[in-house]
Design a protein around this ligand. Sequence first.
Ligand SMILES: Cc1ncc(COP(=O)(O)O)c(C=O)c1O
Length: 448
Amino acid sequence: MAPKKPDSAPSPSRLNSRSAQIFERARKVLPGGTSRQATYASPFPIYVRSGHGARVVDVDGIERIDFNNNYTAAIHGYGHPAIEKVVMEQVRNGTGFSFATEKEVELAEILCARVPSIEKIRFQNSGTECVMWAIKAARAYTGRPKVAKCEGAFHGSYDYAEVSLEPTPDNWGTEDKPASIAYTKGTPQHMLDDVVVFPFNDVPRAKKILEAEKGNLSCVLIDPVANKAGMISATREFLDFLRDFCTRNGVLLICDEVLCFRLGYHGAQGEFGIDPDLTCLAKIIGGGFPIGAVGGRDEFMSVFDPTKGKTKVPQSGTYSGNPVTMAAGAESMRLLTRPVFDRINALGERARQGLRRAIKAAGANAQVTGHGSLFRIHTHERTLSGYRSQYPKPDERQRLAQLCEYLLDHGVIIAPTGMCAVTTPMTEKDIDQFVDTVGQGLTTLKLS
Ligand SMILES: Cc1ncc(COP(=O)(O)O)c(C=O)c1O
């Protein structure tokens, strides 16, 4: 099959790059040339040679500031000396054993101390895995089969979690009853039937949909700043409704903080005042290494406990809790003090305000959303209320792709969805330069 036509072409200088050459080799051995949908770019991705601080250098020697930072995971940027030190020490002492290590206890202690709703925690290797184990825990605890999630919210690649991740106007159904749409071809119908989809921030509709299923629901999954639903913040009313609904009906409230744990010292739940039953963590808690974790009240976490008769949820995993990740994660978290969170959140606010000024000055048809150190550029001006309102039309997708290409050619990396994240090595100067470059891009490309 011919490769998908790109929304925007790379500049001629990149067409003969070493990245383009490596991609030709890659396509022969990796389907589509990559191991990860998110690193694929059409017509070819950039291949990175190294990363230092807030910047990465590609295989052609071009340096760029990285506002994607491995989809927000690399909160300390690249090659942080303190993390490098603990990792190298652990590598010399062994990278994984068929025994537990003290490193696992250290990271667990840090996280339990920071997040009041987390009394116990279990480690895995990715955000996908931790969401999967949280759902399994909720099913085991409640004895009920169904999972409820917001339309368009990304919770990783577990079959149930990815339902209605990307429905389209022709299949998403009515707003009163959003359809459960498969993301991966071949998803069995029974899985779709077990996922209840409701609109983000829409209490009346969510209430009707969830009430109708209350006897079947094991859990409600919520990301309070769901990127794919527009990266707008959940309202107080919506969060209070979900907490109350779950409490009244014996349903577990799962807060997916894989992405948004970076919003504060006590995580997004601290920022938003959420008291979930289970929490999913990943990304920043691994210090740049693969990680996932599910934590929560002792009562719910006891489903993982093998000391209490036959374990209800026997979670294992060859690399779960491996000491390299644990050491890197503990150091990453120690570095994330309250003033550090305040600093990166203030830089995020500086970026949002700067971008709003730049959009206005350029007369561009665009807007910025986000919270704390996370923000997202949209190439339209519709009022954002959730997944459907953010769903980009073809011309809007194309304008965003053009902006991303422009930024890549001018030393800046952002996610193809327009998502950006501040890292601790970034400075006010970096943010201001970024804003200027986006402003120049909007003007040059006449994105109005
Ligand atoms: C909110 C959320 N949940 C789950 C995941 C899945 O995490 P991973 O990519 O580590 O599997 C992501 C990944 O970006 C995420 O943003």
